[in-house]
Design a protein around this ligand. Sequence first.
Ligand code: HMH
Length: 220
Amino acid sequence: DGDGGTAAAWMATHRGMYERATRHPFTVSIRDGSIDLAAFKRWLGQDYTFVQGFVAFVASVLLKCCKESDSSDMETILGGLASLSDELSWFKKEAAKWSVDLAGISPLSSNMEYCRFLQSFDDPEISYTVAITTFWIIETVYQDSFAFCIEEGNKTPGELLRTCQRWGSPEFKLYCQSLQQIADRCLANAPPDVVKSAEEAFLRVLELETGFWDMSSSQS
Ligand code: HMH
């Protein structure tokens, strides 16, 4: 049960920031059906390039796990990495459907900023605890945001339902809960300075995710 751990405590303490990331006008407009499809296509192209950088980040988490962890965490992380392979194929298929030219996408500044943050985890000095906490919150923001779009009362346009189900499904939620359990266990055993760094990374992800949605919804 992942409710009594540090991860859930941070979500409660930083509720405002968490909700800005997970109930953003962009995803709320998917749920209420008022989404501008040009904004959706912008998000799609930008997120495809994000996921390419995200693969390298998850590989760095896996590497830290192999070096620092003696448990079965590896299988969960490896499963996450494997599902990103499927996700990249999905993006290509979806982009073709929406006539988004993936080869012509240049990452916008919020996307580049996020990818630079992810690249900083290549540093072997950054601990597995900080990295797995970061991984958990990145996936959880998408899970929570898109699950809201398919919850009862939604007016999500039919052609966007598959997208929302990709991250809003019960399976993806279970996967996020496994990541949360791993993060909680690591945090429970970590020294205070590491816990502090993990909390800072958690907050940074919430800012970067909010910036990513802002970028997707803005016309510029
Ligand atoms: C920006 N955050 C962003 N993109 C994603 N695909 C995820 C999280 C989850 O995989």
